[in-house]
Design a protein around this ligand. Sequence first.
Ligand SMILES: [Cu+2]
Length: 151
Amino acid sequence: MTFLALLRNADPKRFGAAVQPMNRGRWVPFGVIALLMIMLTLAGCAGASSGDADAPVQVVQVEAANMRFTPDVIEVPVGTRLLIELTNTDEREMHDIELANSKASSHLAPGDSEKVDVGVITDDIDGWCSISNHRAMGMTLTVVATGAKSD
Ligand SMILES: [Cu+2]
């Protein structure tokens, strides 16, 4: 509310010609830089536990069948490396898994399985089956990061 009020006050039309457009323009980059600094600070805290090989590992078995992943929600404590062991238990359909952080399995024929190293979890990640229209048919999954310091 306060922020919106500030934005509204920054509108030169409200001040008439007294406020030059250049003055208003300076507030935008300032706001962006301030936001970036906050984000970098947060990332710095989370970064302390990411990328290290000694992170605890959580292996989760996921089955792909009938246009569903089971389970379709995987809770992982922040700072833990997630390994998804995906098995295609369908009788006919090909499936795979692709994650929003660019990690993915290959296309799995029925009966095949593959381990996907999702990496150290610092945030929620969406996942889906990239084959044909499976994603649109509801073949999605969510990795939920738990125990974040900001919670
Ligand atoms: Cu699929």
